[in-house]
Design a binder for this molecule. Structure first.
Ligand code: ZN
Length: 184
């Protein structure tokens, strides 16, 4: 059973616990201390490991929502974390190996699960620095997929969009330009 995430508008000021008023559609103001509460999407990073044959590594979820279905490796950025450091951290947490960042793919707005919180997802391709990866953290299994034979169980619309954009980029520009690391 997944409970809906709390979402705006919020009843109380997180600073002084007074009542918040609705200032405009995207923020609320505390009438006592003046604290402004902005309604923001939570930033998430998605990492798409790409190999030299154009296959992508996806993760099978070991958690709800969508237990047993597939998603792009990634997760929530920590407060004040550098986004690309967070991207590499998520790859290490889910696969146990380090990576270099290749290309920006896309940014999308999405909702996490049925009644979940608002997300802002940013996707990059990455190059794994070792093939000795093992599923860790919230991951049940890791597997390479051709972009022409992706699993049906890809529940997140933003993941499907990012993979479609990557497929289009490879078709337009060739695989070679996308698997070469800019920092090499
Ligand atoms: Zn307040």
């Amino acid at each position: 059973m997944i409970r809906p995430s709390p979402r705006p508008p919020f009843p109380y000021c997180p600073w002084c616990t007074s009542t918040l008023s609705q200032d405009n559609p995207f923020r609320q103001v505390c009438s006592r201390c003046g604290f402004i509460l902005y309604h923001s999407s939570s930033p998430c990073m998605g990492a798409i490991p790409l190999d030299s044959t154009g296959k992508v590594l996806l993760a099978q979820r070991a958690i709800e929502p969508f237990f047993g279905q597939w998603n792009i490796i990634g997760g929530f950025l920590n407060y004040q974390e550098d986004p690309l450091e967070g991207l590499v951290r998520e790859v290490r947490e889910e696969t146990g190996v380090d990576c270099t960042v290749l290309d920006f793919i896309t940014m999308t707005a999405d909702i996490y699960g049925e009644d979940g919180q608002a997300l802002m997802n940013t996707y990059f391709t990455v190059k794994l620095l070792s093939q000795e990866f093992t599923p860790q953290d919230d991951v049940r299994m890791l597997r390479w997929f051709s972009l022409d034979a992706l699993p049906d169980a890809l529940p997140f619309a933003s993941d499907r969009k990012a993979l479609a954009i990557l497929r289009h980029k490879i078709q337009s520009h060739g695989l070679h330009s996308l698997v070469r690391c800019h920092h090499e």
